[in-house]
Design a protein around this ligand. Sequence first.
Ligand code: PMP
Ligand code: GLU
Length: 397
Amino acid sequence: MDFISERINNLTPSATLAMSQKSAELRAAGIDVINMSIGEPDFNTPDFIKEAAKVAIDENYTHYPPVPGYMTLRKAISEKLSRENGVDYAPEQIVVGNGAKQELCNALLATVNPGDEVIIPVPAWVSYMDMVKLAEGKVVPVYAGVEQNFKITPEQLEAAITPRSRVVMFNSPSNPTGSVYSRAELAALAAVLERHPHVLILADDIYEHINYVGGAPSIAQFESLRDRMMIVNGVSKAYAMTGWRIGWIAAPLAIAKGIIKLQGQYTSSVSSIAMKAAEAAYTGSQDCVEDMRRAFERRRDLIVELAKEIPGWVVNKPDGAFYLFPEVSAYIGKRYGDREIKSSGDYVMYLLEEAHVAAVDGAAFCAPGYLRLSYATSEDNIREAMRRIREASAKLG
Ligand code: PMP
Ligand code: GLU
């Protein structure tokens, strides 16, 4: 008897975090692993943001902050939304939480009843599916493979909507595929959603600034959907602030209030100091965002070129985020000695053990047959990792 609840027994551990942990353990044991499993900018947080945190400590921002976050930060986010995204959300509609992760989960916990359906275009980030489970909802995956550049069509969306649909999740640029929906593609999806007013929309725009197409539009831009639109974003990716754990949601007022009630009972607010740092990120110079974006673009070009040279991989050119999601099923059924590769997961483990490169199995993102590589690492690491993968893959016959 281990006393673990069914709720927790039903959860799957996060594959991205598990793989990153495994690669850290191998490194600690002296093995030179290149970690391309976790999606985290390798840059440090810009200095002006760190300075703001130091000032916050000296100015005694050390007491419990308001549950939804400091009003100054909520105002800065509201201004960011109108300046960059052309959408108006009052500060009262914004709730700050422990990363975009917590606000995504809060949004589902606040709106999904047991048995409600949550439509998720897949491949999708590992945590979405388990967040829906936590909320006792039912995941309705809508699959788009590499042959359709990982983007769902309006027809697919229409077919997935039922009277039990409660929320549809969108993530563009996407983790794990890097695909970016164009404005026209989003407009076609929005037209479907207009016909189904009982469905809420949850837009995860965390990678908005990391794109290589001159801007990634959001599904949130459509006025006709505004009264049922929830936007989640944060500072982790754009400002290299993963460790500060600041994310937020902008939502219809009743939902924002529901989330504040929930947060007030289980996490209160987030770190006062981290919030002051995030405020500096939104109100200071935005040059750092563009500098990092450019570095990611160079790395994207490099990894795509090298990945195309690996026999059997089917590779698209991702337009955003910092992930490559090759289709690798050509390696399923191959052998090395007495070891047989039976799945993309076996191939990922083989690459970890033989090439010392950590990736994540596509199955964790609802896409077996694929794997995910994060290229938020140096160009030298990318070159060396791809060389090792090629060499190890060539040994499989
Ligand atoms: N959404 C997506 C698609 C992500 O890849 C991540 C990265 N972990 C998050 C949300 C959460 O980011 P954070 O909690 O660091 O703000
Ligand atoms: N979003 C990142 C990833 O997919 C961070 C790890 C996580 O929270 O899953 O690798």
